[in-house]
Design a protein around this ligand. Sequence first.
Ligand code: 5GP
Length: 129
Amino acid sequence: MASIFTKIINGEIPCYKIAETEDFFAFLDINPNAKGHTLCIPKQEVDKLFDLDEATYNGLMQFSRRVAKAIEKAVPCNRVGLTVIGLEVPHAHVHLIPLNNMEDSRFIKKETLSPEEFQEIANAIQANF
Ligand code: 5GP
């Protein structure tokens, strides 16, 4: 069965899209630690990040770097952090999180955003990609 992220890539589940290339896709996390929290994924559906073939792994890191630079320009923050967890969704992904303090890096404190706020931040990051 297709993962929830594959359904997002295919447009079967809506998302606030940030960027897409032939092999990779970025969109806002629906339950963000901080405003601008973004997920970067390979289109290829593989559960664990370190099980990706080397070219896809390196490509995902290059893509994530580009997205992180766009987040840095669009979202006021001290820096963008990169986290890999994968306990919830078995489709390899990188979390890019705008950080101002240690709390932002923890998956405990969550930010509540309106649809308009999600869309506004997605547009701002997209414009800098
Ligand atoms: P992990 O697998 O790294 O533990 O967490 C998966 C992340 O995906 C979570 O931060 C969660 O909020 C996010 N997530 C889960 N389902 C959806 C979804 O349907 N849409 C979006 N945009 N994010 C999701």
